[in-house]
Design a protein around this ligand. Structure first.
Ligand SMILES: NC(=O)C1=CN([C@@H]2O[C@H](COP(=O)(O)OP(=O)(O)OC[C@H]3O[C@@H](n4cnc5c(N)ncnc54)[C@H](OP(=O)(O)O)[C@@H]3O)[C@@H](O)[C@H]2O)C=CC1
Ligand SMILES: Nc1nc2c(ncn2[C@@H]2O[C@H](COP(=O)(O)O)[C@@H](O)[C@H]2O)c(=O)[nH]1
Ligand SMILES: [K+]
Length: 480
């Protein structure tokens, strides 16, 4: 990456900068390979953040199916996290994970998980996992709230066989033949996944992130306290594909000790990410202690109050640029963590040198995020989000402490405890957001004449703009 003018003397964030097109030999946006060069095996440069409101097993499976990663949080008990890894590893690759409901569940309850939007389905199973039928999600929108989903099975979706879903084109043709957008795939009396027309197109467009056994990949976070080495070893044994050692102040000696412990336990079996840091000194120390990926960003996160509470942090574009330069010299890579609100921010993070970009709050408002779907005063669907250093998260994480210690911990909260993230009715699924992000970023690459993440990092030309320049780039929803 280079600046088109003088290198600015002050630090910059995403809205301060823009990309200038340059001569390109990349003739099609489909000729771009978005795989990050971070050793994770992902094929998209997107990682869902280890936040309780963002990543659970369903988010992890949905993203890995398209080639991105998600990081399960450090806040759950080891057994629960291992159960989540097992769930991800058992999920289908070319089909969506079913939204399962019991026949006696009410429509109202199911609507907390699945919105009444076309392109999705509810699969009804008995207590033993036997398939009873499936209904299109939009059917929930005109059923009584206290009706049971079992009652709705009289107008059920047709079923497909595994042979109908061997590849995207076959699946699309089968759905067209049946005249539906979405259908369950059933084998031996059990639903093995859900086929959809959009899913069929995506199966041909994306390459899944898979482990050595051909199962979906998943990353898992550990904190720096307790016994992070033993925890990481147990998680890797359970199938975790990347370990993320995560704490607010990543450039502290507790982190260096934790990283050394993790590396001594897991060896080179998996990439180890660590953070958060924002300086090249931090990058050097964490790589020396065993990190192969650095998680970069202090304060840009949407749920984060660190900058206002402490003045600590650094504008994110410069933080990524500085740490990535050092990391790459040392053979490590950077994930740009936080502050991403538009596809342009992902492109700019990659231009600054990141291999992948971590997204939290934006993904909290999707079907796959763990929270309950709720409606606000205007009837809009939303999910709740909160910061991992908020009072809410601190209380949850430290529930075992005595009341005095707990009260003391909450004095140091550095995050928002409750925020509402709207579900975009046009893009309710994280896969819809991935489509939007990757189409923007593929286009950024061709404007720069780059067909890969390393080539884009090399070729990107960046200018600095005023607030008016940034404003000019926005679309106008109404006339002036
Ligand atoms: N990217 C960002 O800007 C930030 C992210 N977060 C996220 O919040 C989650 C919780 O992280 P964290 O609060 O580190 O919790 P952890 O449970 O990981 O504990 C952090 C440890 O570091 C010690 N510590 C020393 N200085 C600090 C400091 N300035 N801030 C926080 N801890 C410090 C704490 O001790 P003691 O409590 O006694 O001080 C504690 O032992 C993580 O997911 C983290 O990524 C949080 C803040 C900023
Ligand atoms: N200072 C805090 N930072 C937080 C908190 N919770 C999460 N985070 C960080 O934000 C990113 C995600 O950023 P987003 O803009 O995409 O939402 C996450 O990975 C953490 O690094 C918090 O409570 N305080
Ligand atoms: K912020």
């Amino acid at each position: 990456m280079r600046f088109i003018g003088d290198v600015p003397e002050h630090d910059l964030t995403y809205s301060d900068v823009f990309l200038v097109p340059s001569r390109s030999g990349v003739g099609s946006r489909m000729g771009v390979d978005l795989s990050p060069d971070d050793g994770t095996g992902a094929t998209l440069p997107i990682v869902a953040a280890n936040m309780n409101s963002v990543t659970g097993p369903r988010m992890a499976a949905a993203l890995a199916r398209r080639g991105a990663l998600a990081v399960l949080t450090q806040d759950h008990a080891l057994d629960d996290t291992i159960a989540s890894i097992d769930w991800v590893k058992a999920q289908p690759i070319g089909l969506a994970s079913p939204h399962v409901a019991g026949p006696d569940e009410t429509v109202q309850l199911v609507l907390e998980r699945v919105p009444a939007i076309a392109g999705h389905a509810v699969v009804v199973e008995d207590a033993d996992g036997g398939f009873l039928g499936a209904i299109p999600a939009e059917r929930l929108g005109h059923a009584l709230a206290d009706a049971t989903v079992g009652d709705l099975l009289h107008s059920r979706l047709p079923e497909l066989a595994p042979a109908d879903a061997v590849d995207g084109r076959t699946m699309f043709a089968a759905l067209e033949r049946e005249g539906v957008e979405v259908a369950p795939v059933v084998e031996g009396g059990r639903c093995v996944g859900v086929a959809s027309r959009l899913g069929a197109l995506r199966d041909d467009l994306y390459r899944p992130a898979l482990d050595g056994q051909g199962r979906l990949s998943v990353a898992v976070a550990v904190g720096i306290n307790g016994d992070p080495g033993a925890k990481a070893a147990a998680l890797v044994a359970a199938g975790a594909d990347v370990i993320v050692v995560d704490t607010a102040h990543g450039h502290q000696e507790g982190m260096l000790r934790a990283l050394e412990a993790v590396r001594s336990q897991v060896g080179d079996a998996v990439p180890v990410a660590a953070g958060n840091i924002v300086s090249s000194d931090g990058a050097r120390d964490l790589v020396a202690a065993g990190a192969s990926i650095l998680k970069v960003g202090v304060g840009p996160g949407a749920m984060c109050t660190t900058r206002m509470m402490t003045a600590v942090g650094r504008p994110q574009f410069s933080a990524v640029m500085d740490t990535a330069t050092t990391a790459i010299e040392l053979g490590a890579r950077v994930w740009a963590d936080g502050g991403v609100r538009y596809p342009r921010d992902v492109a700019l993070a990659l231009a600054a040198g990141a291999s992948s970009v971590m997204i939290g709050s934006w993904f909290a408002g999707t079907i796959e995020a763990p929270g309950r779907l709720q409606r606000d005063g205007q009837g809009r669907l939303f999910k709740e989000s909160w910061g991992m250093a908020s009072t809410k998260a601190v209380l949850g994480r430290n529930a075992g402490l005595d009341a005095y210690e707990l009260a003391r911990k909450t004095l140091f909260a550095e995050g928002i405890s409750s925020s509402t993230i709207l579900l975009d009715p046009q893009r309710p699924s994280v896969e819809d957001l991935v489509d939007m992000i990757t189409s923007g970023v593929r286009s950024s690459f061709t404007y720069a004449g780059a067909d890969s993440v390393p080539a884009f990092r090399e070729r990107a030309r960046v200018g600095v703009q005023s607030a008016a320049g940034y404003e000019e780039g926005k679309a106008l929803p109404v006339s002036w």
